[in-house]
Design a protein around this ligand. Sequence first.
Ligand code: DGP
Length: 115
Amino acid sequence: MADDDTIFDKILRGEIPCDRVYEDEWVLCFRDINPQAPVHAVVIPKKKARDVGELCALAPDFVGGYMAGIVKAAQRLGLEGGYRVVFNTGKDAQQSVAYVHAHILGGRVLGWPPG
Ligand code: DGP
């Protein structure tokens, strides 16, 4: 389906440039184009899932590789003081790209609860 081909599919295929932070066999991490914190990157798995629900249907090895990739990306970003990982999921959470992505946010003290 054409509308399944998201901006993140295109970034993963190298058709659209990104500011790459970290990459391994499981994930690609790049800086968010619209940062919400001094450090803001997104991590996508190299196998397509639209959201965390679909992600959980993938093989456990793959989900584990994705989670480990998120942590390695955060280390690469130098967030020793801590960071937040967010999966916006569905309409109420304002997920705007239908390709699962973990936001990594840091570089300042983050408020809680989020908006
Ligand atoms: P969400 O709202 O959770 O679906 O987050 C999608 C994020 O993707 C949003 O923070 C902006 C970011 N984004 C959208 N288009 C691009 C792009 O072309 N490049 C990069 N680097 N980030 C993008």
